[in-house]
Design a protein around this ligand. Structure first.
Ligand SMILES: *Cc1c(COP(=O)(O)O)cnc(C)c1O
Length: 375
C-alpha cells in the first residue's frame, strides 16, 4: 500500500534509510577490521534482522530475552551484558551467547567456570570514571554512584584468569572526540591489563550515522587498540543502526483550545514515544516549524488521561483539522522497544517502507495485547 494508506498510529521503518546507515557501519568494519554488532535495546524489529545481519557481525543483548531474539532472528555473533545474571537463566545464556560480559568480579567468579567450560569468551565491564556528558545523568554510566562497571579502585587483576576482553560503555549520542577522551582514560587506568586481552568492546552511544560524526577519529581509536595492544575491537551501537530511519504516523482526532490551540492525535507520548517525556526532547515533525514560526501553532497531545501526555508545540502553514495525518521523524530507535498499553492505549501497527516506496504492514495489535498483560 501507499504511505498515505497506512493505518494510524503506525511505525514505519524505511528500508533504504536503514541500509544507508548499515553501509556507513560496514565501511568502518571493512576499513579497520573492527566488528560492529547491533545493540537490540534500541531497535529489535526482527523484520529488519536479515538485512542488518547481512552487514553487521551480530547482536548484543542486555539479558536472556534479547539474547534469544538475536540468536533466533539473526544467528550471528551473540554477545550479552547484564548488571547481574540470574541463576535460573545462566545455563541458557551460556548455551546461546558466545561473549558473556560481567559487571563485577563476584558475577565473574560465580559463572566463569560454566562459561569457559562451554568455550565462551568472557569479559569484564570496566568503569573508566570519565564522564563526557553534561546534564545527562540518567544516561551516564560514569555518573557518581552508577552501578555499571568495575572502577580501578575495585579492580581485582588476580581474578582475570580466563578473561579475554574488557568492555566499556560510557557514551550516549556522542561523537568520536568523546570516545577518544574516554579511551585515554581507559588506557591510563586499565592499560596495564590490555596486553593480556584478546578483545576490547567500546560499547554503544556512538552517533556514527549522524551527519557531523567524525568517522576518521573513530577509526584512529580502533587502530590504536589494534596496533598498540593487538586487540580485536568491537562496537555495539544501537541508535546508529536505525538513526533517522523511521516514522510514527498519526491522525488528528479533535481540536481543542486552552490559551493555546490544541490538537488531540491518536498517538501518545507516554505510550508510544516515552523518550519524549523521559529524555526529554521534542521529536521532529515533517512540514512543521517551531511554535510561532509558521502561521498556525498547536500543542499536540495524546489521548491518555495523563496531563503531561504532550508531544510538543508545533506550527503549520495551514490550520489543522480532524483526520489530518502527521508524520514524526526519527521514530525507529527507542520507540517500538519501549511501548506500553497504559490507559488501554492501542499499540501502533508496524510497517516497512520498501525501497520502491511500497509500504507493507508487518504487525498489528489489538485488544488482546492489552488484556493479556494484565492477568
Ligand atoms: C544502551 C547500550 C548500548 C547501545 O547504546 P546506543 O546509545 O543505542 O548506541 C550498547 N551497549 C550497552 C552496554 C548499552 O547499555
Amino acid at each position: 500500500m501507499r504511505f498515505e494508506e497506512l493505518p494510524t498510529p503506525c511505525y514505519v521503518v524505511d528500508e533504504a534509510l536503514i541500509e544507508k546507515n548499515l553501509n556507513i557501519l560496514s565501511g568502518i568494519m571493512e576499513r579497520t577490521g573492527a566488528k560492529i554488532i547491533l545493540a537490540q535495546k534500541a531497535f529489535s524489529m526482527t523484520t529488519m534482522y536479515p538485512l542488518i545481519g547481512k552487514h553487521l557481525s551480530g547482536t548484543t543483548a542486555s539479558g536472556l530475552y534479547e539474547a534469544r531474539l538475536g540468536q533466533e532472528e539473526m544467528g550471528k555473533e551473540n554477545h550479552v551484558f547484564s548488571p547481574a545474571y540470574r541463576e535460573d537463566e545462566i545455563d541458557e545464556i551460556v548455551s546461546i551467547c558466545d561473549h558473556i560480559i560481567f559487571n563485577s568480579f563476584s558475577q565473574l567468579e560465580k559463572y566463569k567456570a560454566k562459561a569457559l567450560a562451554a568455550g565462551r569468551k568472557i569479559g569484564i565491564r570496566i568503569n573508566p570514571e570519565c564522564s563526557t556528558q553534561v546534564g545527562h545523568e540518567i544516561y551516564d554510566p560514569c555518573s557518581p554512584g552508577s552501578r555499571f562497571g568495575v572502577r580501578l579502585e575495585d579492580f581485582q587483576p588476580e581474578l582475570l584468569e580466563g578473561v579475554s576482553g574488557l568492555h566499556f560503555h560510557t557514551l550516549c549520542q556522542q561523537n568520536s572526540d568523546d570516545l577518544e577522551t574516554t579511551l585515554n582514560a581507559v588506557v591510563e587506568k586499565f592499560g596495564q591489563w590490555l596486553p593480556q586481552m584478546e578483545w576490547i568492546n567500546f560499547g554503544g552511544g556512538h552517533h556514527i550515522t549522524r551527519e557531523d560524526y567524525d568517522i576518521p577519529r573513530l577509526e584512529a581509536c580502533i587502530r590504536r587498540m589494534q596496533e598498540n595492544y593487538g586487540l580485536k575491537v568491537y562496537l555495539e551501537p544501537g541508535e546508529a543502526v536505525a538513526l533517522n530511519a523511521g516514522y510514527l504516523v498519526t491522525s488528528v482526532l479533535d481540536m481543542n483550545r486552552n490559551g493555546i490551540e490544541i490538537a488531540i492525535v491518536d498517538t501518545s507520548a507516554t505510550c508510544h514515544m516515552p523518550d519524549v517525556l523521559e529524555m526529554p526532547y521534542r521529536p521532529p515533525l515533517f512540514g512543521s516549524g517551531e511554535p510561532g514560526e509558521k502561521p498556525y501553532t498547536y500543542r499536540l497531545g495524546g489521548p491518555t488521561c495523563l496531563t503531561g501526555d504532550v508531544i510538543g508545540d508545533y506550527s503549520f502553514d495551514q490550520p489543522l483539522k480532524n483526520g489530518d495525518r502527521l508524520v514524526f521523524g526519527d521514530m525507529a530507535i527507542y520507540t517500538m522497544v519501549k511501548t506500553n498499553t497504559f490507559n488501554g492505549m492501542p499499540l501502533p501497527a508496524i510497517a516497512v517502507q520498501e525501497k520502491d516506496g511500497n509500504c507493507r504492514v508487518v504487525r498489528e495489535f489489538g485488544y488482546q495485547d492489552f488484556k493479556t498483560r494484565l492477568a
